[in-house]
Ligand binder design. Sequence first.
Ligand code: PSU
Ligand code: MN
Length: 308
Amino acid sequence: MNCNKYLDIAPEVAEALAEGKPVVALESTIISHGMPYPQNRDTALKVEEIIRSLGAVPATIAIIGGRLKAGLSPDEIDYLGRTGSGVAKASRRDLPVLVAKGMDGATTVTTTMMIAAMAGIRVFATGGIGGVHRGAEVTMDISADLEELAETPVMVICAGAKSILDLGLTLEYLETKGVTVIGYGTEELPAFYTRKSGFGVDYRLDTPEELAKAFHVKRELNLRGGMLVTNPIPEEYSMDADTINKAISEAVAEAKAQGIHGKATTPFLLAKIKDLTGGDSLDSNIQLVFNNARLAAKTAVELSKLEK
Ligand code: PSU
Ligand code: MN
């Protein structure tokens, strides 16, 4: 466990880390900007329950009153859910000012990885990551998440990336940066709402033990950076590819027409897709987060055996 004067580690999380017990980090932008209230709060609380039921300790991460928090109370989770996009979406570049001014921030994959690493947490479960946006060859819109994966030693377990992104360019970028992309039980990169994307991953691994071992070896080799595990949405919750791809194309066209750019792009697209698909995409989204939380908890349990 590490110390930093701006970091507050919740007592339950601090105790687990001190004893080498498994801990799973969770992000908060998915709560504030990724889902509507109250489903966002209920999902976040249920994810914590799932992680506990599998023998790990959850640490939901956010910035509250300028403090970097590893581990939130149910009230803090409710506050982020209720306030929604009224809370700043905090990426790496936002941290200094939010902390200096004592503000609140919802952490993206980037800042959740940063704060997890500061606390000594190695496994992180989320829904989807940011990546290279469609049209990035003109807009240069490339998520800071990819740089963080290249630098910060945290395993990120997600359901792949939505095709609001250019998945091919996202994989090229990760390859350049030396980030291993693993498919859990699959050779194909999952596309969040669907199990298939048409793009291959670097390696297929089939058990939490194998995931833990690969990450452990990476650490022992002193290789910097994280690892990306892509876990396909369970078949019964996956969406029809044509339906979702049509909604995504419409959302991307609408964002372009309205001149949406910068940090607003991803939340705009997520909200638009949810509107266009009714409740379906939200249900799928919730289920894939549960699925990732289960895999992350099992992997954290295996990793704690290797890193005792
Ligand atoms: N993709 C999703 N759901 C999300 C996000 C991305 O399917 O909630 C959020 C995550 O917090 C991710 C962030 O780190 O959006 C990426 O934002 P940007 O593209 O602005 O880097
Ligand atoms: Mn961006």
